[in-house]
Design a protein around this ligand. Sequence first.
Ligand SMILES: [Fe+2]
Length: 216
Amino acid sequence: MEVSEVLSIFPTCVWKIQLTSGFRQRVNSNILQVLNEINPDMTEIPPGGSWQSGQDLHNREQFVDLISCIDSTAQTVLRFLKIGHNAIEITGCWANINASGASHAIHSHPNNFLSGIYYVHTHPGADSVNFHDPRPQTGIIRPPITELTSQNTDQVVVTVSDGMLLMFPSYLAHSVAPNESDKLRISISFNMMFSLYAERLSRPLWGSTVDTPLAE
Ligand SMILES: [Fe+2]
């Protein structure tokens, strides 16, 4: 019997933006200036070591260009998803530096709607991020496969490069493989949540499934 159609349902989206060269250089220069101020010893992180900044980098003046890019991307994502509420804000923004050999275990970012990563410095062997299947029930039975495809994998490796911004649902678990280069891998992570979530969007949905866009 021939299958007449395969429906790919409930897709998981990861949005990708590449900053243009000139803009990227300005953004990166400002980021590195801030990181050097916060941690003057950051270039001395030993092999296998990693460092994370505090989570308030979005409030720094030097981050204004990156934040504007993140905000604009978030609006594009909300329009893409046809979400009738666009007041969303960054709730945390921090730097990650992984020295040679350092990795980041699988995790997600609870209590936020969108999360993302901006890549400042990547290198061959330190230029990927792993996204994991958000449907845990698919792992209950894993028969052997003859070929790895997007329909049977439980993990997708996305190659990243300097100046790339990834945005994804905060529930989507991700991890970073060990840095196989001898240089520092530097990225900026962030979380975003609806500004008035507690007051407006967390109300029961049985009155209306579409939130009226707010005027304020
Ligand atoms: Fe993360």
